[in-house]
Design a protein around this ligand. Structure first.
Ligand SMILES: Cc1cc2nc3c(=O)[nH]c(=O)nc-3n(C[C@H](O)[C@H](O)[C@H](O)COP(=O)(O)O)c2cc1C
Length: 175
């Protein structure tokens, strides 16, 4: 089948997730286009049998280009097979996972009239050295940095909390 993997990203780590999903699908014999939604927002959904769309979460929201992709293609996506994923740090906190799944996946799918065949919640990367002053201030203010440190994370260096096994399995099940 022909597959589109369309993803949002701000700091770049979700590129690796999209590529890992694409690799699994290609290994299963499918033809895959990968589109970084910062570069362009595809609208030619009729070319695809399956559309995989994902975004990291920033202050509770998908990135703007990912929201725009969903808005422009809502009708076409409602008529074909869709899978959605998010990358987020809430996955590190057991007590937050259920609400995060609801807010970042269920509610987003519902708000665009979609009933995805699969919804994946994955980890991501935090790197305080990449963030500007305002972002660092914001993250301290909401207690994010402290919460991560309490989990034993060393946030003065890039911290990668992707579970690649989980991501690859999820993609394999779509294929
Ligand atoms: C300013 C900021 C806000 C964030 N807000 C959330 C959030 O509300 N919920 C969450 O679970 N993760 C949040 N995260 C974690 C990101 O989703 C995670 O770092 C992601 O892997 C970033 O993806 P990217 O490198 O592709 O941009 C936030 C990260 C930053 C830097």
């Amino acid at each position: 089948m022909k597959v589109l993997v369309a993803f949002g990203t701000k700091y770049g780590s979700t590129v690796k997730v999209a590529d890992a999903i694409a690799t699994e699908m290609r290994d299963a014999g499918h033809e895959v286009d990968v589109v970084d939604l910062r570069e362009r927002i595809p609208v030619e959904m009729d070319r695809y049998d399956l559309v995989v769309v994902g975004s990291p979460v920033f202050i509770g929201k998908w990135t703007k280009p990912s929201q725009e992709f969903l808005r422009r293609n809502a009708q076409a996506l409602a008529e074909r097979r869709v899978a959605m994923f998010v990358c987020c740090s809430d996955i590190l906190f057991e007590e937050k996972v259920e609400a995060a799944r609801r807010m970042y996946l269920d509610d987003v799918a519902t708000s665009y009239g979609l009933a995805p065949m699969a919804m994946g919640m994955f980890g991501g990367e935090v790197d305080f050295n990449k963030y500007g002053m305002f972002t660092r201030f914001l993250l301290s203010k909401v207690g994010a940095r402290e919460a991560l440190e309490e989990r034993g994370m060393e946030v003065s260096r890039p911290y990668d909390f992707h579970d690649w096994g989980h991501i690859r399995n999820w993609a394999r099940e779509l294929a």
